[in-house]
Design a protein around this ligand. Structure first.
Ligand SMILES: [Zn+2]
Length: 276
């Protein structure tokens, strides 16, 4: 019997299926996602070099894959001189959002000012084009919230993935049309912050994600893992999204069916321009 015996439909709001670690396993990854009821998978680019692979996934799986293009804060060093125009061009070439973009203060280099400028340029572009953008934030909540709270509500909506920010920011972020998503880190028993955020995020403002192949869930003892990376650790994949959804349902005192319906409706609204 499939893990979801109730025919629920889930959407994976954030993944990196273009990652080379998944390349040899993609047919099984898609098959397991389908068996688990994950009907749509949003794939986020990370640097100009992976944009063609992201576009190829959308071409190969038009019923399933939605895509966003952008420059991730980890990879700003790799951007070309013409990266921003290249981003405009790829966004004009097909239905797509902007992502993954953001801030990360844990990299220990001297590029934080540069990183913020690259983030701002892409965030501004998402306002200009009224396209949803997917945001990464690690150890940079102060500058991130300062930037977002100084802007008007986003015309299409933003998504902060794997949200680990302050619970008190969730309601004012919702007023700015900012959504958050929860993935494998929510299943870690000691992650009380994520659990509090999952309970407090306003209705209609949360999504579920795999962040495949990173941020895998903690599987219950005795559960066979699908994919193990070269480092011996579990790789995340979209098929794990319903696990996160069921935990979120528990935390919010809702049924899995209600959470599946709500997150799917929210994703369809947020990613409406990507769904053509
Ligand atoms: Zn990501």
């Amino acid at each position: 019997m499939p893990p979801d015996s109730q025919n629920l439909v889930w959407i994976d709001a954030h993944s990196h299926l273009q990652d080379p670690r998944l390349a040899a396993h993609l047919p099984q990854v898609f098959a397991r996602a389908q068996a688990a009821g994950v009907g749509r998978i949003h794939v986020d680019a990370t640097c100009e070099a992976d944009w063609p692979a992201v576009a190829a996934l959308a071409d190969a799986h038009p019923e399933t894959v939605l895509v966003s293009f952008g420059v991730h804060p980890w990879f700003i060093r790799d951007r070309s001189a013409g990266w921003l125009q290249n981003l405009r061009d790829v966004l004009a070439s097909r239905p797509a959002g902007i992502g993954e973009i953001g801030l990360d203060a844990r990299l220990g280099d001297d590029l934080d000012a540069d990183r913020e400028a690259v983030f701002r340029a892409q965030l501004d572009l998402s306002y200009e084009l009224a396209l949803p953008a997917s945001l990464h934030c690690r150890d940079a909540w102060e500058p991130m919230l300062k930037i977002l709270f100084a802007l008007p509500p986003h015309p299409a909506g933003l998504l902060i993935h794997a949200y680990s920010g302050p619970p008190d920011a969730l309601a004012p972020l919702a007023d700015k049309n900012v959504h958050v998503s929860f993935g494998g880190t929510l299943t870690r028993p000691k992650n009380l912050r994520a659990r509090e955020n999952a309970m407090r995020v306003p209705a209609g403002r949360f999504l579920l994600e795999s962040d495949a192949p990173d941020l895998p869930p903690t599987l219950p003892e005795g559960t066979a893992p699908h994919l193990i990376g070269a480092d011996g650790k579990l790789l995340s994949e979209p098929a794990y999204v319903p696990r996160v959804g069921r935990l979120l349902a528990d935390l919010r005192g809702a049924t899995p069916a209600a959470i599946a319906a709500e997150t799917t409706a929210t994703a369809r609204r947020l990613f409406a321009k990507l769904l053509n």
